[in-house]
Write a protein that binds this ligand. Structure first.
Ligand code: DGT
Ligand code: CA
Ligand code: CA
Ligand code: ZN
Length: 590
């Protein structure tokens, strides 16, 4: 089965827009520029592929596409190129076009910078603006240099905009469910999310879904027709790319059952993992692709002999190794480990027996202590630490020494009731102690000493310089009352950069003092991240995985924290809240 689609609607539209950009730089006729822009816009909003429109109606039927552009599109679909556009591209460097994307730049400015200062890339533009070289041009001043520098920063931020896994996973899972529901029984034999989402990466570029079906046409049809699909950007007989109404891109591929193992392996990635795997296969005389293995003739098997695998594990086994869990497939040593029988027994969701960081109505949580306790029990937990914010955090009402006493009484009462009800569950009493500007805690030591589990977190002054914030953090770690360092870097994915901490020094101090380091499971935080969490264990730290729940629903976020932990190669032993309550408490500092 061949797939005729090689140029997506998106690619064609982008190309037309680039042509318009170039024409603008060259100061071409305004109406010509508008014609290309309109055609690009119109193609972006098509519900069908260009190839199918060409085959069925003719490209001129697309609103805004006249004879000239239709001819160009035909050439593009047939050859992948448009000669006239290629020539135009030679006249105006790509970098000059890229410069037009900087907010506030426009074609006139880009052209002058190119012609008068010979600037042909965003990098050169940045350097020239930073060096004050633009001010020599008439009409450019200090102000416009600042604006340009700011604009370049904004552009960079916008371009690496990936979707936090927490925003991509729920709609991706719903999509899979909806697709199944939209099809007849038996139309989908297998279906799984692949790509970075299956590897539990913290942010994702697009969602990849893989399915086995004997009726791919029905699957393609049903997929494109799902209500959450805003636009089909590429469609073939066995693959389709769509944009959801949320802007998320989803690629779906349908394969045959015998190709499932190789396809799932290939589309799970990462690319970094697939490349050495393919080399390894080649060394054994097999060429590996998304369908299976083909003998190259350099090994024992005759050239051209094919091997198929209905399961991933069978493919890996054929290559002489165990099947590494998807979270490990980043080329960080998992291939060697899989060959040597040294893959770790990774932590799973079921290993977690309780949590040590969560909030109630005593601070900014939405539910009472009892409601949170019942929710924790419903998840099968044996304990849950009440860790409301202490005073000292400006925006949130915190718990002071007096309220701690009240809270202790309420917790004691509740624990007595749970025991009377015969429930094997214990509330722990803690706090999320605010770290003040001078590195001291929001509650006095004698109060902290009365608590079961003290989490300490930095919420303010996160932008202090490296020395200042590292010193402050080390002071926290060395505080004998602090059991757990909460969301250590303070980052919010896509919104706030991590504090400029010397993490190596912080983690070493945690190992030395027995301070437990948190993996905050909130998908906007995932803090520690996978790299630091792995380093923490290497340095001898213990970790805790917590949802930092502010409501019962937040307890469902644990799986994101488990994803990070697995990417960090963590076993249940590395994580204190996999243990029964007394064993867990015995691992704390005091
Ligand atoms: P993303 O979408 O940027 O978060 O990351 P992935 O890993 O989901 O990457 P994506 O969607 O581009 O492709 C899905 C998988 O397909 C990827 O993890 C590995 C495989 N793949 C895609 N392109 C290539 C390639 O050029 N070479 C190899 N070896 N594998 C590829
Ligand atoms: Ca992807
Ligand atoms: Ca993809
Ligand atoms: Zn918290």
């Amino acid at each position: 089965m061949s797939d005729s689609v090689t140029v997506t609607n998106q690619q064609a539209a982008d190309l037309l827009d680039q042509v318009a950009d170039r024409l603008q730089i060259l100061d071409a006729n305004r109406f010509r520029v508008i014609a290309f822009r309109n055609a690009a816009e119109s193609i972006r909003n098509l519900g069908r592929t260009l190839a199918s429109i060409q085959a069925e109606d003719g490209l001129e039927k697309i609103p805004g596409v006249g004879k000239g552009i239709a001819d160009a599109l035909r050439e593009l679909l047939e050859t992948g190129h448009v000669q006239e556009f290629d020539e135009l591209a030679e006249n105006v460097p790509d970098g000059v076009i890229a410069m037009m994307q900087v907010p506030d730049m426009g074609p006139k400015k880009a052209r002058r910078l190119w012609e008068e200062l010979d600037i042909t890339s965003i990098e050169q533009l940045r350097a020239a603006a930073a060096a004050g070289e633009l001010a020599q041009l008439k009409g450019f001043g200090k102000k416009s240099e600042e604006k340009i520098l700011k604009g370049i920063e904004l552009l960079a931020a916008r371009q690496d905009e990936r979707t936090p896994a927490g925003d991509a996973r729920p709609p991706a899972e719903k999509l899979v469910g909806d697709l199944r529901a939209a099809l007849a029984d038996g139309d989908i034999i297998r279906i799984e999310i692949a790509g970075s989402l299956r590897r539990w990466q913290e942010t994702i570029g697009d969602v990849d879904i893989l399915a086995v079906s004997e009726n791919p046409a029905a699957v393609m049809q049903a997929f494109g027709a799902l209500p959450q699909v805003a636009e089909v950007i590429a469609a073939g007989e066995t693959k389709q790319s769509v944009i959801l109404t949320t802007g998320l891109q989803v690629d779906l591929r349908v394969v045959e059952a015998r190709n499932w193992g190789a396809a799932l392996q290939y589309f799970t990635g990462s690319k970094a993992h697939n490349v050495p795997l393919r080399e390894l296969a080649l060394k054994r005389g097999w060429s590996l692709n998304e369908y299976g293995l083909t003998a190259t003739g350099s090994g024992d098997a005759p050239e051209g002999e094919a091997r198929f695998f209905s399961e991933e594990a069978a493919l890996y086994a054929f290559l002489g190794m165990a099947c590494p869990p998807p979270e490990l497939r980043e080329n960080r040593g998992e291939i060697q480990a899989a060959q040597n029988g040294r893959l770790p027994q990774l932590i799973t969701l079921d290993d977690v027996r309780g949590e040590l960081h969560g909030h109630t109505t005593y601070s900014d949580g939405k539910n009472t202590i009892e409601e949170m306790a019942r929710a924790a029990m419903a998840r099968g937990y044996g304990y849950w630490n009440v860790s409301d914010h202490s005073v000292g955090l400006g925006v949130v009402q915190g718990v002071d020494a007096e309220q701690i006493v009240r809270q202790a009484e309420e917790i004691a009462r509740l624990n007595a009731r749970f025991a009377a009800e015969g429930l094997d569950f214990r509330l722990l009493h803690g706090t999320e102690a605010e770290v003040l500007a001078d590195g001291t805690m929001g509650l006095p030591d004698e109060v902290l000493a009365t608590l079961d589990v003290v989490v300490a977190s930095i919420h303010s002054g996160l932008r202090q310089d490296r020395d200042a914030i590292t010193t402050r953090c080390l002071q926290v770690v060395h505080n004998p009352h602090v059991d757990i360092l909460g969301h250590p870097t303070g980052r919010l994915i896509g919104r706030r950069a991590p504090a400029d901490l010397d993490m190596e020094a912080v983690l070493r101090a945690c190992a030395e003092t027995g301070t437990v380091v948190e993996i905050n499971a909130n998908p906007m935080r995932l803090d520690l991240n996978d790299i630091y969490a792995r380093r923490a264990v290497e340095l001898g730290c213990k970790l805790a995985i917590n949802c930092d729940a502010h409501s019962p629903a937040d307890l469902a976020l644990l799986r994101y924290g488990i994803g990070v932990a697995r990417r960090a190669w963590l076993t249940p032993d590395d994580v204190i809240n996999t243990r029964p309550v007394d064993d867990m408490l015995a691992l704390l500092k005091r």
